[in-house]
Design a protein around this ligand. Sequence first.
Ligand code: BT5
Length: 270
Amino acid sequence: MDNDCPRCTIIRRSDLEEQLLTRFVGRPLYWVDEIDSTNRMLLEWATEGAAEGTVLAADVQTAGRGRRGRRWVAPLGTGLLLSILVRPADGVAVVPLATAVAVAEAIEERVPGGHVRVKWPNDVRIRDRKVAGILTEAYTAGDETALVVGIGVNVRVPTDVLDALPTPATSLSLESECSVSRIDLLTTLLSQWERVYERVQAGTWSLSSWRQRTDMLGRCITVVEDESVWRGTAVDVAGDGALIVRQETGTVRRLYAGDVTIRSPVRYIS
Ligand code: BT5
């Protein structure tokens, strides 16, 4: 794969590929010291015909992307930052929800008992604090859609960095007594993700696995949508990825984009 960033060296990690238990995800697997955004680079590779399952991970991103032009922040070596390329035949709408479930399951495997929950549309949280974010971006050419699924997990992001973020955030190092290795988390995550993605493609992935992983349904939420801010109750998620919300006026709306804040936090005892 050509590398057009003169400052970075993108290395194929066959040693890590050998540790993977996946069929196609992470084959090939590239790792770079520094890059602007793994999503941006992998989208470019998608246009050049990169193989389905290609994974690009980085130690640090200088312009890590969030949704709506926002930034994903993780100092060098403190986050698991990766993007996965797939060319789905079906199920594109639920890939972000399915990914959140896979990330939550992978984290829970490494940090048992961690109260890992998903929040629509793309957050993975522990004790109401964001520990991972997902950004799914598509490239379409003719009939074909390539999807780049970007995942950022806070593994050992320092507290001063987390505290400077506008929304509550946490890191696995704060949630676990044992240190979590980024490589171990990567291999677990790619296995979980491939399993979930294959179910999505086979049409057997069920939204119930997302419902079981969230604590936002039935809760009062505030929705920020472009210029408007309104309140309601999160009722359910739909097969097209929408969040179904009952507004205070009683009107039921389907939400496809926007930011949601849960107004009544859950209290955790342990
Ligand atoms: C996301 O956006 O949560 C998607 C994040 C995706 C990041 C991955 S890293 C690998 C891949 N390559 C990329 O370039 N991106 C993907 P959003 O819901 O818009 O959340 C962004 C907001 O979360 C920011 O505006 C901050 O408030 C907050 N934030 C930034 N960094 C964070 C962090 N490390 N932990 C928790 N929250 C963070």
